[in-house]
Design a protein around this ligand. Structure first.
Ligand code: GLA
Length: 788
């Protein structure tokens, strides 16, 4: 609900659990007053405004008529350079006469019953059962003739506010040097800042730091949102944890260079800014033109970080991804990349597909290497014609054969790129982003196509439309394997080169808009060397993202845990791959690789034809399990219970909306001999229901135990003997059995106690063998109402 109080001139944006208050000051500036737990009604708003009563030494007063008012001490909703505010501003302009000071005052406002649509950028949208009101406030600097429209759209049920601003130029040409999507000034800075930082194969690790005086900044200058830092940050109070305490989450719907800053000024006011990176950015705005910033989303939780994340998850699932994929189960796929790399033939792919089909897999994805002369990563990006030596019957023929096997067919493309060794580059060297006077710096031997040029977008649209229409393709993996550097566009005049990065993103979005509108039935998964462009902007077009090129089941715990701060499991591609793992050389057990991947979108990315009979049997059972629980795993309410960054364990769970069912994943890093007693925490169960807790049936290979099998089996076997080898290929040794009838209340408050862990002093079939990197999944299902 949005309410305007005329007397006190304040706006109250109320969601189910939060209130956001802003006020028009007597000076005409728009002040931020409060953001936090819901306030039922506000009568004395002026009493919570932080003000001085005498002039503070060294301050610059806004107006000599009122020496107590300085912009530097105000909490503002929109800030610019000058007039006494010394913090980094939200907006910065260079005006036609060379001056840089602007000053915006309230002009008008409207409360809209819906959410206005802006062409060309990703946006959140209301849905039938979750409507959305919008407050639009027009701020004006009459002296220079610029207006700024501030938009606040509120999603009440999930405590989310979407913000953006639109800069409208009236009179003379201006240069926008900085245009953040939001400015939020808090009255104190007693927060820890959480960010998701990393690198290739180590994306979105969770970091926390206390805020102190000065500026803390995370950003990307890579042209993509990047795995260096995700365009997300959270603020939490010192003692806020997953379940208790105040926190705020901020995210940007944008896939290019971004900037997020937290500035604490000498009076402890905290300013949060989020938007397009102002580094190497400027934008020429002619009279009559408007500049629309990307949308930023904010959420508040007074029930810890898990609730904050759940709000963002619901936003992504219900208000960002394309509507046809909302709540729609995603297929289990096999991807040939880690199975074959570039070295495949049609026969080899079909063998892989046949084996996959037998195991229950639903979609076959052909990755890199199917086009041009692409036998390694040196050439052919740009030449999207099939390599007939590898695939004599073409993509259409292969897709047809895959369908006959009973699988859907998906294809990898990397359309934004070009190799210097390609026909496309030879025909259009000017389409590649490079400087006129310097040797290009390559990344993975490739250059990026200049999507600021409409003809490049048109070429890609035509080429991809022909490709996608040429065969029965139900899934596309859209890759992007290098970051931008040395940017320049031959098609932009010198004074517009600072517009390059944003124009590229707009060009990309326009291409994606056209393609996804034309092929709504294709499931797109975005990828950028794994998670180098995992952001809400890409999710607006493509409902899922390849989370990381790191497929190690243990490293993935960290990556998926961090990612879950801002993104739900239904956005995270997660595959079981071979061991030793190609990125870590780690030997994570097959069951743990699966147990980690199922809290995401399951796939297999290994040569299944090389798997032993034991492995195939296990995988078949895994897939059957995933199919049975797929909806809960992909779309359930995700709750973090134990943080792997803090210790030796990771625990998370996915529960149904109604609370009648859940799956809990429990993972251990290193085995600790004779360790502490264990109980597994659970949350969100219905206190009025009685449940049954059972562990998933998992299987061990006898080889795991080496010579120790002598002690466990009734017959004597040598660990290297033929009989042992034959047995270990076929014998599935099951884990212990947990079967616990329990009340919901007890589960919520105490959790449950799994079987005792192996401690070396003996073994029965009811001992829980975990070992290094061991894991379990527990299924909790309501059986009856309490007392019935
Ligand atoms: C990137 C992707 C991988 C794979 C390769 C193919 O690294 O992240 O999943 O598609 O490209 O070259």
């Amino acid at each position: 609900m949005i309410h305007y109080q005329e007397n006190e001139k304040y706006f109250h944006l109320q969601s189910e659990h939060s209130s956001y208050l802003l006020r028009i000051l007597p000076s005409g500036h728009l002040a931020h007053v409060y953001y936090g737990s819901k306030i039922a009604s506000v009568e004395s708003i002026d009493k919570i405004e932080i003000r001085h009563h005498i002039e503070v030494g060294s301050q610059v007063v806004y107006d000599a008529a009122d020496k107590t008012f300085s912009l530097n001490n105000a909490q503002l909703e929109i800030s610019t350079y000058g007039k006494g505010d010394f913090r980094d501003p939200m907006l910065h302009f260079r005006l036609a006469d060379g001056t840089r000071v602007t000053d915006f005052h309230y002009a008008s406002h409207e409360i809209l019953a819906n959410k206005p649509h802006f062409e060309g950028l990703p946006e959140t949208s209301a849905s039938e059962n979750s409507p959305c009101e919008t407050l639009k406030i027009v701020m004006e600097d009459a002296i220079v003739g610029i207006a700024v429209d501030l938009y606040y759209s509120i999603f009440p049920a999930i405590d989310v506010i979407a913000r953006r601003c639109v800069i409208r130029n009236g009179s003379s040409p201006i240069l926008i040097e900085k245009a953040m999507s939001m400015n939020l000034d808090f009255p104190d800075h007693d927060f820890q800042l959480l960010s998701l930082d990393g690198a290739w194969i180590r994306e979105r690790h969770l970091h926390s730091r206390p805020l102190t005086f000065g500026i803390t900044k995370i950003d990307s200058k890579r042209g993509v949102s990047s795995s260096d830092h995700n365009p997300f940050l959270a603020l939490k109070r010192l003692h806020t944890d997953e379940e208790v305490g105040e926190c705020y989450g901020f995210s940007l719907l944008y896939s290019g260079n971004f900037e997020a800053t937290a500035e604490v000024n000498p009076h402890s006011l905290l300013r949060i800014l989020l938007g397009i990176n102002s580094f190497d950015f400027y934008w020429n705005l002619s009279p009559g033109e408007a500049f629309v910033t990307p949308e930023a989303v904010l959420t508040y939780s007074d029930q810890g970080l898990t609730r904050m994340s759940q709000n963002l998850h619901e936003l992504v699932k219900g208000h960002i991804i394309p509507s046809q994929w909302r709540d729609k189960d995603r297929p289990i796929l096999v991807n040939n990349w880690e199975a074959t790399y570039f070295d495949f033939t049609e026969a080899k792919l079909l063998r892989l597909a046949r084996t996959a089909k037998k195991l229950g897999i639903e979609l076959f994805v052909l990755d890199d290497g199917w086009f041009g002369k692409r036998n390694d990563d040196n050439s052919s990006l740009g030449d999207w014609t099939v390599n007939r030596q590898k695939l004599p019957s073409g993509i259409a023929g292969l897709a047809e054969k895959i369908h006959r096997i009973g699988l859907d067919f998906g294809l990898w493309v990397e359309p934004e790129m070009v190799n210097p060794d390609s026909d496309l580059y030879r025909a259009h060297p000017d389409w590649a982003i490079q400087l006129p006077n310097r040797k290009p710096s390559l990344g993975r031997n490739q250059l990026i196509l200049d999507l600021t040029r409409p003809e490049v977008g048109d070429h890609l649209f035509k080429m991809l439309s022909e490709l996608f229409s040429s065969a029965k393709i139900s899934y596309v993996k859209w890759d992007m394997n290098r970051s931008f550097s040395d940017v320049f566009s031959g098609s932009l005049e010198p004074k517009r080169q600072g517009e390059f990065f944003h124009r590229y993103v707009l060009g990309l979005y326009s291409l994606l808009e056209r393609l996804t509108a034309r092929y709504p039935e294709i499931l797109f998964e975005s990828c950028a060397s794994g998670g180098n462009r995992f952001d809400l902007g890409m999710l607006y077009y493509m409902p899922q993202t390849w989370t990381s090129d790191d497929t190690d089941g243990i490293e993935r715990l960290f990556i998926q845990y961090g990612t879950s701060m801002a993104y739900p499991p239904s956005t995270m591609g997660a595959h079981v791959s071979a061991v030793p793992n190609m990125q870590t050389l780690r030997n994570t057990p097959l069951e743990t690789r699966f147990n980690t991947a199922i809290f995401g979108l399951l796939g297999y990315e290994l040569d299944l034809t090389h798997c032993t009979a034991f492995e195939k049997n296990v995988i078949k059972k895994q897939i059957a399990f995933y199919k049975e629980h797929r909806h809960l795993l992909q779309f359930g309410r995700f709750t973090r219970l134990k943080n792997p960054f803090d210790g030796n364990q990771c625990i998370w769970m996915s529960s149904s909306e109604k609370g009648d069912e859940a799956l809990v994943g429990v993972y251990q890093l290193m085995a600790k001999p004779n360790g502490p007693a264990e109980k597994i925490p659970v949350r969100g169960m219905d206190p009025g229901l009685h449940y049954r807790v059972q562990n998933r049936r998992q299987y061990f290979n006898l080889r795991t135990f080496g010579d120790l099998v002598r002690h466990a089996l009734p017959i004597r076997l040598s660990a290297n003997g033929t009989l042992f080898n034959a047995l270990s290929n076929h014998y599935l040794m099951a884990n212990e059995t947990d079967d616990l009838p329990m009340e919901g209340d007890l589960l919520n408050r105490f959790g449950f106690v799994p079987k005792q862990k192996f401690i070396g002093s003996g073994y029965t079939d009811q001992i829980r063998l975990m070992g290094d990197f061991g894991s379990r999944v527990y299924h909790i299902r309501a059986e009856r109402k309490l007392g019935v």
